[in-house]
Write a protein that binds this ligand. Sequence first.
Ligand SMILES: [Cu+2]
Length: 109
Amino acid sequence: MAMLLDRRRFLALGSAVLAGSRLARAEAGTVHVAIEKLVFIPAEIEVKAGQTIEWTNSDPFAHTATVKGGWEVMIPPGKTATKVAEQSDSVEYYCRFHPNMKGRITVLS
Ligand SMILES: [Cu+2]
């Protein structure tokens, strides 16, 4: 457990540094979304542009976070995947493999 937390802290730090180099007003921090039994938890999140969204897939099969006509993040089984939130990322998303899985991101200005 301690190792997992350390790794997350390390990843969050790395993401913040990366975001800082690309975005003028990067907000530090990571917003976590769990995936358990075909559900995004929480389904709705609020982030600021520059924050990292991290999905953690506890299921034994792959999921995606997919925006229709937009981006897609693949989240392998037992793994995490991230995306840096942009100002335009107030979106609804779903899993391409399990379209009943739905989530919503609201980017606060
Ligand atoms: Cu899925």
